[in-house]
Design a protein around this ligand. Sequence first.
Ligand code: PEP
Ligand code: MG
Length: 571
Amino acid sequence: MTLHGIAASGGIGIGKAVCVREPSLDYSGVAFGGADKEKERLQAAVDAFCAATQDMADNLKARVGEKEAEILSGQITMLQDPFMLSQMKESIDGGQCAEAALDTVCSMYADMFAGMDDELMRQRATDIRDIRTRMLQILLNRQPVDLAALPAGSVLVAHDLTPSMTVGLQKENVAAILTETGGRTSHSAILARSLELPAVLSVPGALEQVADGQILIVDGDEGCALLSPGADQLAAYEAKREACLEKRRMLEKFRGKPTLDGDGRVFKLYANIGSAEDAAAAAAASAEGIGLFRTEFLFMDRAALPTEEEQYAVYKEVADSMAGREVIIRTLDVGGDKDIPYLGLEKEDNPFLGHRAIRFCLDRPDIFKVQLRALLRAGASHGNIRIMLPLITGLDEVRAAKELLAQCKAELDTEGIAYDKDISVGIMVETAAASVLSDVLAAEADFFSIGTNDLIQYTLEVDRGNAKVGKLYTPYHPAVLRSIRRIIESAKAVGIPVGMCGEAAADPLMIPLLLAFGLDEFSVSPAAILATRARIASWTRADAVRTAAEAMLLPTAADIEKYLQAACAER
Ligand code: PEP
Ligand code: MG
């Protein structure tokens, strides 16, 4: 039988099911011992909870990482919230025992958070339920589930994998994780990915369908699990797992190394990020800088614009976490498929050709200047922030943006606030116009970054999000490749750096072409850093140039893709 869920952490895990069922937390037999005594019991349990949770956080920080430990420290803050505690004490004053008071208040908050649209808010419901369970265990003197003593090769099957459950977990003994709840950004998913354990989440009724000791194959890439597989299935998945592990082991030797081609030429390998937390993941993956920070995520999932101070704090955090290495921050790229409800953007018939990105920002200097000021200020300490303008189609847009930047600098001078006076201003080259005009734009921009995600759609007239025309959306189209080559040549002609931050930068088939054209910098998702470094290392300049020359003679996308597949097959 195959169970289906969300692919939350990649890889294949094969092992014996260990079903985690919580001990009974029934407190109906507990008698009310008077308000003072119940409040004392509650306070003693809170103190014990906080001490134990702090220990767990320290343990997790040392073994897994700071971000994962913060999930637990956050629980201490939540439980110590004076408002929540006073609500519990009120319930005790109303005649409830400490267990009932805690259960009532926690259940109310958990239901409230669980009903919210925002995934992060819903995540709080998991935290509150975890607090409730562990507080009841303390009050009722029940032993918590201990995952420290799992036998080797266990596949954990649980309703939810709470942070506290995972603390003692010995990663070597766990083959995979299967849960009944949780999405890709849930704590379970974050933990599974940091522990590099395959995980499939949100499998309905998993605990009912799986029995202890049953053999399970968990496919964290496809989001499915096979129960009691046959010998053939087992053999096929064993081979797949070995291949995955072998690839991971092979890639490890590229961690923390410089990015060199087969002749030892140096390239920059940067990461694309959407938040300050991603910057930490990028640093851990040994990215050499940030090639694209998509700042629109800072503006989403909230009710009002982020202030200059809020933006400054985030940009500074990213600049600090990269310890002086280059950080390219893209100004607000709103519109197209990215809506920000409180901006009240009008509905457009052709949003990708509409009032988006730099066009919106130049029409709303009140919003744009706040971001530019925050960027200028955040660049003051390390001088490593670069500003990147999205969706440029002509020189006038670059000049208008620079004019606003000059106004911001003058204001900061008057106010006596420190900023980076020499901040670089580069552009995304992602429209057909910018590509055709790249020689002219290169004279005005400090650097180029090729945004192939948009460049492909604006060159081939294919909506990047429309599945019906999905097969026409390809980087191998000769028009796209000629466009990329021309952009790189224009940058080289005047000596400005040129990078690529679209998905094509991580495409193994594109790498020989980009090396041959002379790309300086590849910016890819943190998860693709090591594989891209390995790919670049596999090409000598002569091989890349020969492959690109052949490919560029072919007339169609299909011919080029087929040729590149054959040329890259051995690497
Ligand atoms: C691109 O267009 O290639 C790009 C990197 O930006 P986005 O995907 O955010 O449009
Ligand atoms: Mg784009």
